[in-house]
Design a protein around this ligand. Structure first.
Ligand code: C5P
Length: 213
């Protein structure tokens, strides 16, 4: 299997932004697993139907939904709710494993970001990064981004929904958001995107040394 970089962490930590930049820097395929959970939650796709789909097919269907809807807090909370289901997690895990088996001939490996990538989905990922930041900083980032499409939204609402989602994701019985000694923690609270990205490059380069000549 080609090398996998697992990026886990809570909402608003910056993991998606950094994961995407890493994928392009190292020429790896990128999969935003949160987007898969958001799409199936919003579209109400049943477990039986998910079994017939690939990650690419779900993402293709998701492209028809406006980003402002998919990325909203309401859909985020809905996704977090269905993500507690063992049946859903089982099919989603299989689908994400299929993705890393075939990331495409022109890709050197894959980068997946989510909550359980390094703990459950790909436990033998060559590099595991836990991206985090304080709840207030994460809420500020999400507030700025959500405000572009919704001028009624308040910072307090965003912080409240983020804390509720963190709690739901960390306390669920199956595949909760957590980390272990295999992870390198990347706290982005006091950094610019570029600073965090440069640190992430170093972490990945270091891990790749063990698998690539
Ligand atoms: O990453 P994002 O905030 O878009 O994810 C939305 C929700 O999907 C998360 O709050 C979480 O409950 C769920 N999720 C998950 N496992 C993943 C990715 C996302 O449970 N690997």
């Amino acid at each position: 299997m080609k090398p996998v970089i697992a990026m886990d962490g809570p909402a608003g930590s910056g993991k998606g932004t950094i994961a995407k930049k890493l994928a392009s820097h190292f020429n790896f395929a990128y999969l935003d697993t949160g987007m898969l959970y958001r799409a199936i939650a919003h579209l109400g796709i049943e477990v039986g139907k998910i079994e017939e789909l690939s990650a690419a097919e779900i993402l293709k269907t998701a492209r028809e939904i406006p980003m402002s809807v998919l990325k909203s807090d309401i859909v985020g909370l809905k996704a977090s709710k269905i993500a507690k289901s063992p049946e859903i997690r089982e099919v989603m895990t299989r689908l994400q494993r299929d993705f890393v088996v075939c990331p495409g001939d022109n890709h050197r490996g894959s980068v997946l970001d989510g909550r359980d990538i390094g703990t459950v989905v790909i436990p033998d990922a060559v590099c595991k990064i836990f991206v985090t930041a304080s709840p207030e900083i994460r809420a500020t980032r999400r507030f700025r981004s959500l405000k572009r499409n919704n001028d009624q939204i308040t910072y307090a609402e965003v912080l409240e929904s983020l804390i509720a989602r963190d709690k739901q994701d960390q306390s669920r019985e199956i595949a909760p958001l957590t980390l272990n000694d295999a992870y390198v923690v990347l706290d982005t609270s006091k950094e610019t995107v570029r600073e965090s990205f440069l640190r992430a490059i170093k972490i990945v380069e270091n891990s790749l040394k063990s698998v690539e000549p």
